[in-house]
Design a protein around this ligand. Structure first.
Ligand code: NAP
Length: 311
């Protein structure tokens, strides 16, 4: 049987593991790692984080492009012809890891970890008031796969939840808001704001002074979306005035965060190096293969990107 070829451009160790998995578990597909692609006219599927410039145009028999991550903002969408489906990665490993990360970040801010870390450095034993989760209103920017997964452990801990999306949503246990007016209402009832938006032309720079001004004074911020959502100077200014009390950031405009960046030494900012979630080896390749099967049956793949919205 002729094996249809998937070309993989991304972390090499994952590529090797995925190639082994595809060889072991399927008899009609093969996965080739970029730089050992062989004849490019045999490639029908591209699974990439950032493909080499011009590669897509050199694949005459390409049927679909799969991002190996949850977002597609790292790709130049203009280089992928409109008739080629573009698909983001939806797999349970990402949701599990990101919901654990968001829970950690919300708890860290709710339980005043930035203050206690600073106090520990100074050998200071000083208690802040202990408040139950039910008194801490958490709001999610974005109500997609990952935000809905993160909402479950937060709801179980007792945090009152609200969320914001582009179109209307109806999700049990979450007060749902949408559009510009919905954002104003959401911000007014927020003690901890969690960004889980995709980075698009509409959402770039959304975490900025006007949004911060709409929050109650002293609200805290978690950015687990993309660095491009945050105007970093505005966060520093809002921390300075106390409008924002603290932030936990998994993503930054420049990654790695440059050594001299003011975020590193800031007592009110917790930084993690974009580790909220990553595509897990086995669940990721299972999801990719399942999507290739959908494409071949003429069905829409899970995670099909709407080019007009860029997510
Ligand atoms: P998703 O399922 O596509 O959900 C996106 C959500 O954002 C939807 O609710 C959507 O609204 C909303 N949205 C998009 N544009 C909007 C706008 N202009 N105004 C208001 N709401 C808007 O995405 P996901 O799988 O949950 O992933 C979200 C993002 O998480 C990814 O794009 C990526 O940036 C980030 N991420 C980060 C990490 C990490 O390690 N830190 C890991 C994975 C993913 P509708 O419901 O109306 O469509």
């Amino acid at each position: 049987m002729r094996r249809r070829a998937i070309l993989y451009c991304g972390a090499v160790a994952r590529g090797r593991a995925w190639a082994d998995f595809v060889a072991r578990e399927t008899d009609d597909l093969e996965l080739r790692v970029w730089t050992e692609a062989g004849a490019l006219d045999a490639i029908e599927y591209l699974a990439a984080w950032i493909p080499p410039p011009g590669l897509v145009t050199r694949l005459p028999n390409l049927r679909a492009v799969f991002s190996v991550g949850a977002g597609v903002d790292q790709l130049d969408l203009a280089t992928i012809p409109d008739h080629i489906p573009l698909v983001r990665m939806i797999e349970p490993g990402i949701s599990e890891c990101l919901s654990a990360y968001v829970t950690m970040a919300v708890l860290a801010l709710h339980r005043d970890l930035p203050t206690y870390i600073a106090q520990q450095r100074e050998s200071v034993w000083r208690e802040l008031p202990v408040r139950p989760p039910r008194e801490c209103r958490v709001s999610l920017l974005g109500l997609g796969r990952l935000a809905q997964a993160a909402a479950k452990p937060l709801a179980a801990l007792g945090f009152p939840l609200a969320g914001w999306s582009r179109g209307p949503q109806d999700i049990p246990g979450i007060a749902c808001h949408h559009g510009a007016e919905g954002l104003t209402t959401l911000l007014e009832r927020t003690d901890i704001l969690v960004c889980l938006l995709p980075l698009t032309p509409e959402t770039a720079g959304i975490l900025a002074a006007p949004l911060f001004a709409g929050l109650p004074r002293g609200a805290a911020l978690v950015n687990a979306g993309r660095g491009g959502h945050l105007v970093e100077a505005d966060l520093l200014a809002a921390l300075e005035t106390g409008q924002i009390s603290a932030a936990m950031l998994d993503v930054t405009a420049e990654e790695p965060l440059p050594p001299k960046h003011p975020f590193w030494g800031h007592e009110r900012i917790l930084i993690t190096p974009h580790v909220g979630a990553s595509t897990q080896t086995e669940t990721g390749i299972r999801a990719l293969i399942a999507n290739i099967r959908r494409v071949e049956r003429g069905e829409a793949p899970e995670g099909l990107v709407d080019r007009a919205c860029a997510y």
